[in-house]
Design a protein around this ligand. Structure first.
Ligand code: NAD
Length: 269
């Protein structure tokens, strides 16, 4: 189904980390599907300008939402500002995240904490605000979900990753936070799901896809034979946010070209 089918009309969505990569594409695709989009970013306002312009050029409504998702007060203010302007919120895509890689013996406490604070605690803080808003709003007609949360995880919620133990721990945490929250709020008609991207071409891993040797090594890990694009993930997010997935909750959708299919076993084992 094309994003122009407007599966998200009348829906209000906050996308965190929407100034770049996967989050920016989700904001564009959601807007094309009819959603009003809150474009969260951290740092300089100019960082979100391109996403906001593209959403508005496509005819969508958008609002810039500066906030550091790892800060409780920022997360609360972001939801207050968005809900205050648009009357509520229906969808959260908790996407903001980063890597601070190091071998375990060299990893500073600061690098450990920063990744856990943003990738895991940041998702908790935003999900908590979203649940509070969903519960305070009247449920929609026809018994559909009163709110949807999509947690951006990673194949590293299940694949161990040497040199990235803070990142893998954060995504493993996201997976069980997502499932536990889904179990907790399902009877309130709130759906909570995760997306686990494999390797997607964004600034987070530019060092890999901009280096032909590193790219060739990466492709050996991807049975489908290509790196993913932000749009591959955005289309999965659109489905999880729409009524097309109304009976889906507590699930991780892997968008990874088969990276989790143990490709090393193709000719061995
Ligand atoms: P990216 O670097 O392009 O985007 C990350 C975004 O998060 C940026 O906009 C950044 O400003 C924002 N951000 C970082 N810290 C923040 C904070 N404290 N508050 C608010 N925003 C903050 O990278 P991406 O690849 O688009 O990553 C998006 C998500 O997808 C991340 O959670 C990442 O772990 C996940 N992911 C990416 C890949 C991949 O291959 N690109 C694979 C698996 C999972």
């Amino acid at each position: 189904m094309a994003p122009t089918d407007r599966q998200l009309s009348q829906q209000r969505a906050i996308v965190t980390g929407a100034s770049s990569g996967i989050g920016a594409q989700i904001a564009r695709v959601f807007a094309r599907a009819g959603a009003t989009v809150g474009v969260n970013y951290r740092g300089a306002a100019a960082a979100a300008d391109a996403t906001l312009r593209e959403v508005r050029d496509g005819g969508g409504q958008a609002m810039a939402l500066p906030a550091d998702v790892s800060k409780e007060e920022d997360a609360r203010r972001m939801f207050d500002d968005f809900a205050g302007r648009f009357g509520g919120v229906d969808i959260l895509v908790a996407n903001a995240g980063l890597q601070k890689d190091a071998a375990a013996a060299e990893m500073t406490l600061e690098a450990w904490r920063t990744v856990i604070d943003i990738n895991l605690t940041g998702q908790f803080l935003c999900a908590r605000e979203a649940v509070r808003r969903f519960l305070a709003q009247a449920p929609p007609p026809q018994g559909r979900a009163r709110g949807k949360i999509i947690c951006m995880s990673s194949v590293h919620e299940v694949i161990p990753w040497a040199g990235h133990i803070n990142y893998a721990a954060s995504k493993g945490g996201v997976m069980l936070m997502m499932k536990s929250l889904a179990q907790e709020v399902a009877d309130k008609k709130i759906r909570v799901n995760g997306i686990a991207p494999g390797a997607i071409r964004t600034p987070i891993n530019e060092a890999v896809w901009s280096d032909p040797a590193a790219m060739a090594a990466l492709l050996r890990l991807i049975p489908y034979g290509r790196i993913g694009e932000p749009d591959d993930v955005a289309r999965a997010a659109l489905w999880l946010a729409s009524d097309d997935s109304d009976y889906v909750t507590g699930t991780t959708l892997f968008v990874d070209g088969g990276m989790t299919l143990y490709p090393a076993f193709r000719d061995n084992g």
